[in-house]
Ligand binder design. Structure first.
Ligand SMILES: [Zn+2]
Length: 181
């Protein structure tokens, strides 16, 4: 590749190291003409297959743009979004796939977005998973609630089976199964 300073058509590699996770190689290069040094980063190419069948390079910016709308009015900063996109890329790269579709990317976004902001997560999931009814929201919220309770039980150090779920069983037993279910 050519020198970014003087555009000389050649450069010499003076140092090369693999990143800790093995997903990229950084090369320190020196231009033989102007002697200035620069760094290149080599990663496996990651392609996204669009619905039309065309492919385009994976872009963190596109991930951020896709999530930003769901985060409107929520306490989510640009740094949070950048970090989320980085996590998404790392997850995809560590899976070893070189090519994936937009659906798989959406799937990878859900986890970190949920950790970031649950309201944004619900908004994103409702579009991405095409929620069509209140029941879809209810189901998603039920999962969030159950996880909250499990986390709370774990945080208080109690056995989650001994505490809350026992009480839940007792109350649901009293009311009986819901006829609408
Ligand atoms: Zn140069």
């Amino acid at each position: 590749m050519h020198c970014p300073f003087c555009r000389h058509g050649d450069s010499r590699v003076v140092d090369s190291r693999t990143s800790d996770d093995g997903s990229s190689i950084r090369r320190r290069r020196q231009c033989p003409q102007c002697n200035r040094r620069f760094t290149t980063v080599e990663t496996a190419s990651l392609s996204v297959v669009k619905r039309s069948g065309a492919t385009e390079p994976f872009s963190r910016e596109k991930v951020i743009n896709g999530v930003r709308k769901a985060c409107q009015g929520r306490p989510v900063s640009e740094d949070d979004l950048a970090l989320l996109a980085q996590r998404v890329e790392e997850t995809i790269r560590s899976s070893g796939s070189a090519e994936l579709d937009a659906y798989e990317i959406g799937l990878t976004i859900l986890g970190p977005l949920r950790e970031l902001d649950e309201v944004a997560y619900l908004r994103f999931a409702s579009v991405y998973q095409a929620f069509s009814s209140l029941e879809d929201f209810e189901a998603a919220i039920t999962v969030l609630r159950a996880d909250h309770e499990a986390a709370r039980a774990a945080a208080t150090g109690g056995d989650p089976d001994a505490g809350t779920s026992g009480a839940d069983e007792a109350s649901s037993g009293a009311t009986g199964p819901s006829p609408t279910a």
